[in-house]
Structure formats: C-alpha cells, structure tokens
Design a protein around this ligand. Sequence first.
Ligand SMILES: [Zn+2]
Length: 131
Amino acid sequence: MKGQLRINQLFAFVIVDEDGTEGVPAIWLNGTWFPLMGADMARVEDLKRIVAADPMYKGKRVTIQRFGHRETIGTIDRTQEPAVPSITCPTCSRVSYNPTDIRERYCGFCHRFHSDPRAPVSWGDTREKAE
Ligand SMILES: [Zn+2]
C-alpha cells in the first residue's frame, strides 16, 4: 500500500496493577477490542484523548511507553496456503466450507439446492439461473 507506515517504534499505554503487574489496557471500538498502542504520535494523541475522557480510567495512572528496537523473532507465513474452497449462497449470501455443500451446491441455511452450473465453488454471483 502506498504511503503505508513502517512500524519502527511502538507506543503502548501501560497501567500498573496493585501487585506491580503491568498491562496494556484496551478499548472497545466498533465491535472489537483494540489495545491502546500506536506506531505514530498522531495515534498516541488520539488515544491520550480517549484515556483522559473514558470513566474507566478514572483514578488510574496510565503511562505511555515507547518501544524503539525492532527485531523479527518469528514469522507466521500463510501466503502459500491454497485458497480454501467455499460456496456462497446466492440467496442468503452465507458462506459454507462444507465439501458436501460445495459438491452438491446446497445451502444448509436455506435448505435448498442451487443450480448455477457456472461456479461450483465460490459462487459470488448473486443471480440464480432459471433452469
Ligand atoms: Zn442460503
């Protein structure tokens, strides 16, 4: 992606529990937990405003730590895996990875067989061919 940020440093918001254990708090945003971390100061400033306003942090001391040493310690490379076959129901758009559903062009949710012969796997096309 053009202009994509390379992560050369990481900022983490850190809270210390009563027993001295450090942790990175997270915020619930758009249905997902996001750890309070960022790779640039613009993100850090956004997160600072969130921490300053969120009642969850009232009475807490939150520090902002910068981690600047980048070292690759491992890689999980899944780029060479074959695509997993699936079938998408043209009626309800649900995806099934079940080999029988794919072979028989069946939707377990609609409880019906579909008949588009053009795309036995990954239908994608929402049109149901009349036969
Ligand atoms: Zn369906």
